[in-house]
Design a protein around this ligand. Structure first.
Ligand SMILES: Nc1ncnc2c1ncn2[C@@H]1O[C@H](COP(=O)(O)OP(=O)(O)O)[C@@H](O)[C@H]1O
Ligand SMILES: [Mg+2]
Length: 276
C-alpha cells in the first residue's frame, strides 16, 4: 500500500499543478515508483507531461462532479495499491473533488498565497479537510500548507504574513519562492531538478519534499483507504462497492467499469502518458 498525497486548494493559480508535477518528479527521480494523477479538467499536469520528459508516470482522471468524485476514490485507491507514491493534482473550485481526495489522502498539500484573499479561500479549503477528518474519525489526512510564489526572502512584510498561516492550526512547510524556473520547466515539459538543478526553485522544492517525508514517516500506513470506502459511499449517497481496479499499464477502470460513474464524464479518461 503506497502513500497518496493530494495537492489542492479551492483557489486557482496558486501553484497546485506546479507543485504536484515537480514533487512527483522529484520522488520518481529519487527512485520511487510514482504516479501523478491529473484530476483537473484543465489538464495542466497532463500538458506538462505530454512531452514525455518527466520521470513520473502521468494518468488523467478528470473529476467533474460529485458522482465522478465518488467513483474516482476507488480508482485512485487501486493506483495506490501498486505504487509507492501517488500524487494527485486537484482542480480549483470543485469542492467535491477536494472532499473525495481528503477522504483518501495520507496528506494534503495546500499551496497558497499569503494575501487576505488567499487566506479566505484557504480557510474554506481547510473546512473540507477537517470535515474529512471527522468522517474518518481523525485518521486522515494530515495537512501541510505550502506558501507559494513568495518574493525573495528577507522582506519583513512577508515574514509577518507567514505568521498568519501558522495561526491557522495546521503545519506550514518551507515556502516556494517566486522563481521563473517553474514556468520554464513547464515550457520545456521537464521538472526543475532536471532543467534548473541547484536553483532556488529546486532547493525550495527539496525542502518541501523533506518536510512531507518527515510528516508521512510519522503516520501509520493503511488506515485511510479502508475508512474512505465507507465514508465516500455516504458522500455520494450510493454503494461504493466497486471493486474495479485499474491496471497500471493502461489506466483502464476509470470510470466506465465503476457502477456509479457519471455518464457525462466521457473519454478521454484514464489516458496514460509515460516515458516508456
Ligand atoms: N513558485 C513559483 N514561482 C513562479 N511562478 C510560479 C510558481 N508557482 C507557480 N507559478 C506559475 O503560476 C502559474 C499558475 O500555476 P499553476 O501551478 O498552474 O497553479 P494552479 O494549478 O493552482 O492553478 C503558472 O504560470 C506557474 O508557472
Ligand atoms: Mg492546476
Amino acid at each position: 500500500m503506497g502513500r497518496l498525497v493530494a495537492v489542492g486548494n479551492l483557489e486557482g493559480g496558486v501553484g497546485k499543478s506546479t507543485l504536484a508535477v515537480n514533487l512527483a518528479s522529484a520522488f520518481a527521480a529519487g527512485g520511487r515508483s510514482t504516479v501523478l494523477i491529473d484530476t483537473d479538467p484543465q489538464q495542466t499536469a497532463a500538458r506538462w507531461a505530454a512531452h514525455r520528459l518527466l520521470p513520473c508516470q502521468l494518468l488523467e482522471a478528470p473529476i467533474r462532479d460529485l458522482a465522478g468524485a465518488g467513483a474516482w476514490v476507488g480508482y485512485a485507491d487501486g493506483i495506490r495499491r501498486t505504487n509507492e507514491l501517488v500524487v494527485v493534482d486537484l482542480p480549483a473550485v470543485l469542492a467535491a473533488a477536494l472532499a473525495a481526495a481528503c477522504l483518501l489522502a495520507d496528506a494534503v498539500l495546500i499551496p497558497t498565497g499569503v494575501g487576505r484573499v488567499d487566506l479566505g479561500t484557504l480557510q474554506r479549503t481547510l473546512h473540507h479537510l477537517r470535515a474529512a477528518r471527522r468522517e474518518s474519525r481523525g485518521c486522515t489526512p494530515l495537512a501541510l500548507i505550502v506558501p507559494t510564489r513568495l518574493p525573495a526572502p528577507g522582506l519583513l512584510r512577508r515574514r509577518v504574513d507567514l505568521h498568519a498561516l501558522a495561526d491557522l492550526g495546521e503545519p506550514v512547510a518551507p515556502p516556494l519562492h517566486f522563481d521563473p524556473a517553474f514556468e520554464a520547466a513547464f515550457a520545456a515539459g521537464r521538472w526543475v531538478g532536471d532543467i534548473a538543478r541547484g536553483s532556488r526553485a529546486h532547493r525550495d522544492l527539496a525542502a518541501v519534499q523533506s518536510r512531507l517525508e518527515a510528516a508521512l514517516e510519522a503516520r501509520p500506513r493503511g488506515s485511510a483507504a479502508t475508512l474512505a470506502g465507507e465514508t465516500v459511499a455516504r458522500l455520494v449517497g450510493r454503494s461504493a462497492g466497486s471493486s474495479a481496479r485499474p491496471s497500471r499499464a493502461t489506466g483502464e477502470g476509470w470510470p466506465g467499469a465503476l457502477p456509479f460513474a457519471s455518464s457525462a464524464a466521457a473519454a478521454p479518461l484514464g489516458r496514460e502518458t509515460s516515458r516508456d
